[in-house]
Write a protein that binds this ligand. Structure first.
Ligand code: IVH
Length: 675
């Protein structure tokens, strides 16, 4: 019997080590080496052993990550070494001053730094005794935090046991708990499906998940951890020379360390790092709010020491905030090209994401209701990258008495036609069609847009005047415009009128795909327009195709097929198309598919992903060239990707491609393939 227990004990130990190793591969390296089912099987076997022999359960067993009972309250933990904060820099001169202070303090000409992302999560401290994770705490006020050990144990990228034979007696690892963007989006989808409140950003989601008294809830939330430092420590192995080597050491102990950490030299190195990471920011899998610079030499760090509560050897260089608080003054309703009524928040101007924002989208009536947005509320506005600013949440505590509930009007605010909402749709639409001036304007703007007919200079203001003065009703009318009609408009010099007439003339020579896209058929975006053009080869074949025929085209489903068929059934649409052709709008036609198969399409069936900046080609150009030879360009890397074309400062797509072993090409490699 005793023999049997010993055998089981050994088996359990082996399983624990294996499970943790696969945890590490899966959650830290993002490179699993066994199927999920095999992993689950190992975990089940371990659970069975521990159930039969409870005396074999250890605190560092992966089975102990979940299943702890809810707490009544968190206990307090005093940090043996305080968890300090960082001073902030926003502008380059502040970084310059930091570097100067450091150089003066060290009497050095040029200093080496480590530059790291500034993770937008929550600082925690993890204490390992003899290699086993014992306690974990929040930062709290820097001196005492809360004991959140049970919650931290549910985070799979945090090792429960250090993978070394002679573990340090004591090692306190410090870092940040955060929620990956993809897990945040998934969580919010789940919250919304359950009718529960969504989180405003990944940081709030991580905080809300980590501060749960029930670790069972935390376990469902998919949090992650990045290490950036060491607190108290009794470890002869810990590198004493540089911060960078210390991070490497933590990485060798299987702690996640950001791949973006770099050793850089002097002020130019710092600023270059800031710009590089800034450009990559949206592609990173986690949210960051800046970067952190730390003097690399640990000896120098000690020499520089601290001022009040912040180190002199480090500073955070923050990005312009992507979120800001402001007041919602009113809600207007905008009418889109397809008649969709979009509620738009009119805001007290606020500086966010590097620009002043006065309007933000509220998406649709359901969103307003779900977020409980009222006129007069203080709201959080977010503007990230090229994305349209949006209202993400209401600050409930700041609601003034008399804040007004908003209801979407039952009629189009522009043409007065009835607004209807199909049961399958989130938006209400104006039923005025092209009789609605708002829809007509949007249709014209879409027709003229860069990726459609590309009529330069035909913008909002001009289209407003042309439609309001009934000079232009349909796209076909554009091709009848003379200089005289244009020159009569407000703020229109002869020269600009001339330019516009030329741009319109130039747009006559186009491609079938652009023309189809320009028509603005519901559910037909650029990619679908290209598919339709490639597979049918001529507009007449497209106009004659019924829904069944259309569905034979790859990627065309019943909804798209029906929209296309409906569009061409309308006599009015056919008439406009005839007029356009009669005015000389033209493109090359072909026999369909044939263009994209055989020798003319050497890249057919191949999927490409582009990342980073190529030396001479723009992304658009590269895409067009690949597609012209039958290849497909996709936005994300998967096992199905054949090539990833990599330029300067690539994003996470590059890392993913490497981890999946996908063929990488630089611009020269792509050119060779295109030849
Ligand atoms: S080092 C003594 N490194 O920033 C300095 N902090 O204001 C200890 N943070 O509460 C911090 N990313 O939560 C450091 N790469 C990074 C960081 C980082 C985010 C947070 C941390 C801390 C705050 C400091």
């Amino acid at each position: 019997m005793h023999d049997n227990i010993e055998k089981m004990n050994q088996r359990a130990q082996m399983l624990r080590a294996e499970i943790e190793r696969h945890n590490y591969r899966y959650y830290v390296l993002d490179a699993p080496s066994i199927p999920d089912a095999d992993y689950d099987q190992m975990l089940r076997e371990l659970q069975q052993i521990e159930q039969s022999y409870p005396q074999l359960i250890t605190a560092d067993s992966p089975t102990q990550r979940v299943g702890a009972a809810p707490l009544k309250a968190f206990a307090q933990i005093t940090h043996s070494i305080p968890m300090l904060s960082l001073s902030n820099a926003f502008e380059d001169p502040e970084v310059e001053a930091f570097d100067r202070r450091v150089r003066e303090g060290l009497a050095a000409d040029c200093v080496e730094y480590t530059a790291e992302p500034k993770f937008d999560g929550l600082a925690v401290s993890l204490r390992y005794e003899n290699g086993v994770f014992k306690t974990g705490a929040t930062r709290g006020d820097g001196y005492t935090g809360e004991d959140i050990t049970l919650n931290l144990k549910t985070i799979r990228s945090i090792p429960l046991k250090l993978p070394v034979n002679h573990p340090p007696a004591l090692l306190e690892v410090r870092g940040e708990v955060l929620m990956l963007k993809k897990d945040f989006l998934r969580l919010n989808q789940q919250q919304s499906a359950k009718g529960e409140k969504e989180f405003a950003n990944p940081r709030n989601a991580a905080a809300g998940s980590l501060r749960q008294l029930d670790p069972g809830i935390t376990a469902t939330r998919h949090l992650t951890f990045f290490a950036y430092g060491v607190g108290q420590c009794d470890d002869a192995q810990l590198p004493q020379d540089t911060h960078h080597n210390m991070l490497r050491y933590l990485s060798s102990l299987h702690f996640p360390v950001s791949k973006e950490c770099r050793a850089v030299t002097g002020l130019p190195g710092l600023l270059e790092y800031y710009r590089t990471i800034g450009a990559k920011r949206d592609d990173l899998p986690y949210a960051i709010d800046g970067v952190v610079y730390k003097v690399n030499s640990l000896l120098f760090q000690e020499k520089l020491g601290f001022v009040s509560r912040a180190p002199r050897f480090a500073i955070a260089h923050k990005f312009p905030a992507q979120e800001a608080m402001t007041q919602l003054l009113d809600i207007d309703v905008q009418v889109g090209r397809t008649g969709a009524l979009t509620p738009v928040a009119r805001l007290q101007p606020v500086f966010v994401g590097g620009v002043t924002v006065t309007n933000a989208t509220l998406h649709n009536a359901d969103e307003i209701e779900r977020k409980d947005v009222r006129i007069g509320d203080t709201v959080i506005v977010r503007r990230a990258g090229d994305v349209i600013p949006e209202v993400v949440a209401v600050v409930a505590e700041k609601r003034p008495p008399g804040a007004l509930v908003f209801t979407l009007p039952a009629h189009c605010p522009v043409c007065g036609a009835k607004a209807v909402r199909l049961p399958s749709e989130a938006v209400a639409r104006c039923t005025g069609g092209l009789f609605c001036p708002a829809q007509r304007k949007q249709a014209l703007l879409h027709f003229a847009s860069r990726r459609a007919m590309d009529i330069e200079g035909l913008g909002d203001r001009l289209v407003d005047q042309l439609v309001d003065q009934a000079i232009v009703r349909t796209p076909a009318d554009l091709y009848r415009l003379g200089i005289a009609a244009l020159a009569n408009l407000e703020r229109m010099a002869d020269k600009s009128a001339n330019n516009i007439v030329n741009a319109i003339e130039k747009s006559k020579r186009t491609t079938l795909a652009r023309f189809i896209y320009a028509l603005g058929i519901r559910n037909v975006g650029e990619a679908t327009a290209k598919d339709l053009a490639a597979h049918l080869g001529s507009l007449d074949r497209l106009m004659a195709a019924d829904s069944e025929r259309l569905q034979q085209i790859p990627d065309v489903g019943p909804v798209v097929a029906q929209s296309v068929a409906d569009f061409f059934t309308e006599a009015h649409n056919r008439e406009v198309i005839e007029q356009l052709r009669a005015s000389g709008v033209q493109w090359d036609e072909h026999e369909g598919k044939s263009l994209l198969t055989g020798t003319a399409a050497p890249l057919s069936g191949k999927t490409f992903v582009l990342t980073g900046t190529l030396p001479t080609m723009s992304r658009e150009e590269a895409k067009e060239k690949i597609e012209a030879l039958g290849g497909k360009v996709s936005g994300s890397v998967s096992k199905k990707t054949d090539y990833v074309v990599v330029g300067a400062d690539p994003g996470s797509k590059y890392d993913k491609a490497v981890s999946l072993g996908i063929t990488l090409l630089d611009e020269a490699g792509l050119q060779a393939l295109l030849q």
